[in-house]
Design a protein. Structure first.
Length: 353
């Protein structure tokens, strides 16, 4: 793939709703690593073949770029005056970058005080107009929907169907990298667009004869923000995993349909389980993801313990975003480095502690 890689629209064009007239706005997203995680598997699912799809390796550090390349390209094609979104952080970072590349103004609503530092830095740095709303994600999204109906702004949240079209390429890429479809695909679920998109991607690859089996889709929510598991809207979602702190997912139906049709599951994990997995994957595999991403690994561990994953099966786990986006959480759970006098002996003493 490497030599001529020019982003997901370039590579998966025939599966996407674009024509020769679509102006392609790309930062060469996609083609992310799929890493065989043997050391981590020994801890969380011994006997399974565990692979990690490292979506933090996308240009703005999350899978949102796959959908944003398409959503922004289509916005440009359709003559939008600006793009707009509500965001827990990564959508705004991605919209800001792709909007900049397209030369379109970007308007972003984020929940006040609830957004990881790196994501806010990205949105501001790329020149988006960022408004912090005294409320949660769900409230911000409702306002965005209203404004986009009234004005000529293109809404680029995952209720924009082009977002999911772009994001489905991750499933196709997994199949291209493995050479077959996994037995299980596990991913964190917030607004539930991504699990919906992956399932669409797997189904389309199956229909096109590119794969001969379909994976079971396993969606993982955080316990304090688990509307799909609990079967009800959560008014005040709470979790350390801010990217999945969503109480009323836009793609509710799509997620449950993916789980039902694939004979998968929707499960939840505690913040403590999320943070354990977050630290473990960094230490055992050298992969730094954000807390929400680690929900998928915590889910693997829980499902394995419950006997829901057969040994010998291939488990692909999506790590949705890069750990550098949220350094505060990482620093908060690790011991600070020791500080010593500048002598050989003091340094040696510190190393042996
Ligand atoms: C957006 C996001 C999610 C949740 O994806 P949905 O499509 O909203 O379910 C999970 N992790 C990260 C890092 C994200 O940015």
């Amino acid at each position: 793939m490497m030599a001529s890689w020019n982003g997901v629209i370039g590579y998966y064009r025939k599966f996407l709703p674009v024509t020769e007239r679509t102006p392609v706005v790309t930062l060469q997203e996609g083609n992310t690593p799929l890493i065989h995680a043997k050391r981590l598997a020994a801890h969380i699912c011994p006997g399974c073949e565990l692979y990690i799809k490292v979506e933090g390796s996308n240009p703005t550090g999350s899978f949102k770029d796959r959908g944003m390349t398409l959503a922004v390209s289509k916005s440009l094609e359709n003559g939008a005056k600006a793009i707009m979104c509500a965001s827990t952080g990564n959508t705004s970072a991605s919209a800001a970058a792709y909007g900049a590349k397209a030369g379109l103004p970007v308007y972003v609503l984020v929940p006040a005080g609830n957004i990881a530092l790196g994501k806010l830095a990205q949105a501001i740095m790329h020149g988006a107009i960022v408004v912090q709303v005294e409320g949660n994600f769900d409230q911000a999204l409702n306002i965005v929907k209203e404004l986009c109906q009234e004005y000529d702004y293109e809404l680029v949240n995952s209720i924009n169907p082009f977002r999911l079209e772009g994001q489905k390429t991750a499933a196709m890429e997994v199949c291209d990298q493995l050479g077959f479809a996994p037995t299980y695909h596990v991913l964190p679920v917030g607004n539930a667009g991504n699990i919906t998109a992956y399932w669409k991607g797997y189904q389309e690859y199956f229909s096109a004869g590119q794969i001969s089996t379909l994976p079971k889709m396993m969606g993982i929510q955080a316990e304090g923000a688990a509307p799909l598991v609990k079967g009800m809207v959560i008014e005040h979602p709470q979790t350390i995993a801010s990217a999945i702190r969503i109480g009323n997912p836009a793609s509710w139906h799509g997620a449950l349909e993916a789980v039902r049709a694939s004979d998968g599951v929707i499960e939840m994990v505690t913040d403590e389980e999320i943070l354990d997995a977050y630290r473990l994957v960094a230490r055992e595999e050298g992969i730094f993801c954000e807390p929400a991403s680690a929900a998928s690994l915590a889910g693997v561990r829980k499902l394995y313990s419950a006997g829901c994953l057969t040994t010998g099966g291939t488990v692909v786990c999506t790590l949705t975003g890069h750990g550098l986006k949220d350094p505060d959480t990482a620093i908060g759970i690790c011991a600070p480095p020791l500080r010593v006098n500048a002598t050989r002996d003091d340094v040696m003493a510190a190393l042996e502690r």
